[in-house]
Write a protein that binds this ligand. Structure first.
Ligand code: ASP
Length: 376
């Protein structure tokens, strides 16, 4: 960025640099809009079979170890992605997926999930599902035991119960406390929280705390030894969402897409924009045209940025894409921020946490670009 120019001005400058530039942009829809990967956009490969998840914490790594054992023993990609996702869905510490997920604005946990099986070109999904810990497994039953793709709300719950899923309270104490804090702090013009004359006397640390930033989702994508591809996206969605809000995660082509001849892609982040841009479908189509998973994820971010050129890149939503291809290559990229996006990859050489790229990094320097840290 030129000295003395704000990021906003720089983007405007990039966008409005004259008719010639605009024509060039139209002819070259994937040109770099002024941002650029801050980490090398390498094509990395784990070979096949392989499996990845968007989660890089201990639970995500354990899920990859378990799923890898299944794949190494000749198991299907479909079974491996379901098993790995279930491990993440039942983790009470994960406030963005399954049990322990943050609730909607009324304090109710509503889950979204989708699954695709490349071998049979099948898909299933559930949205706004309450009280069931494993929405991805319900989505799999929608895929395998109905002629529909998507069930929502009470219908999805009734369907899950008919298959023996037990209803349980998914709102953990920690998530309930976060929600109460959000309710008391998100506006100073409502009646939640202590009355003004008691505020200074309230005990505890809550008084000055802001709720933590709270969103996230899990993508799990795999290729098995037969070369078949499967994927799942599962989430409790945006925290404190309007009841009934459905994000991108259960929408085929938005939160998840795959093609058995090409590869798979999953999305996390602001779902509304992933839906509008059909982002994972786009990524898979880019891979079909020969782009690597890393390049295809970066292409999708540029594509979305193009859509935002009229209003400015300050409004670009926070989104992260992860993709694999049929050969076991993988990649990941996100729109903006400072911390590089991560994914956990399991393959013949072990389980590794890998970093991807940022298309439009914030002004500060990002964390040091560590190469993959690996462990077996
Ligand atoms: N994509 C999810 C949704 O919009 C949320 C997230 O990944 O942060 O529901």
């Amino acid at each position: 960025m030129p000295n003395g120019m704000t990021r906003r001005l720089f983007f405007q400058h990039s966008f409005l640099a004259g008719a010639g530039a605009l024509l060039w942009q139209r002819l070259n829809p994937f040109h770099d809009l002024g941002g650029g990967p801050r980490a090398p956009g390498l094509s990395r490969s784990a070979g096949i079979p392989m499996i990845i998840t968007s989660k890089s914490n201990e639970t995500g790594q354990r899920a990859m170890e378990v799923a890898w054992e299944m794949l190494a023993g000749g198991g299907s990609a479909l079974d491996a992605v379901e098993k790995a996702t279930n491990i993440i869905e039942e983790d009470p510490e994960d406030s963005s997926v399954g049990y322990g997920g943050l609730p909607n604005e009324r304090g109710v946990v509503q889950l979204d999930a989708s699954i695709m099986d490349g071998k049979t070109f099948s898909a299933g999904s559930v949205a706004s599902l309450e009280n069931i810990k494993y929405p991805s497994s319900v989505a799999r039953l929608v895929m395998e035991r109905t002629d529909h793709v998507m069930l929502v709300g009470p219908g999805a719950l009734e369907f899950a119960k008919s298959w023996g899923f037990q209803e349980e309270n998914l709102l953990t104490e920690a998530a309930r406390e976060e929600w109460l804090l959000w309710r008391e702090s998100h506006s100073d013009e409502d009646d939640w929280g202590a009355p003004d004359h008691l505020k200074g006397r309230e005990q505890g640390a809550q008084q000055n705390e802001e709720p933590a930033e709270t969103h996230g989702t899990v993508n799990v994508l795999a290729v098995d030894a037969n070369g078949d591809i499967a994927g799942i996206t599962s989430t409790s969605g945006l925290s404190y969402k309007i009841p009934g809000r459905v994000g991108d995660s259960p929408i085929i082509g938005a939160g998840l897409y795959l093609d058995n001849d090409v590869g798979a892609a999953g999305a996390t982040g602001r779902g509304e924009d992933v839906i509008k841009s059909c982002a994972t479908y786009y990524i898979v189509m880019r891979m079909k045209e020969g782009r690597s998973p890393q390049q295809a994820c970066e292409d999708a971010l540029q594509m979305i940025a193009q859509r935002y050129r009229a209003v400015g890149l300050d409004f670009l939503p926070g989104e992260t894409f992860r993709a694999i291809n049929k050969d076991g290559q993988y990649g990941c990229a996100k729109t903006k921020g400072t911390d590089l996006p991560q994914m956990t990859v399991a393959g013949e050489s072990g389980v590794s946490v890998c970093e991807g790229t940022i298309a439009f990094p914030d002004d500060e320097e990002p964390q040091a670009q560590d190469p993959d840290s690996s462990r077996r």
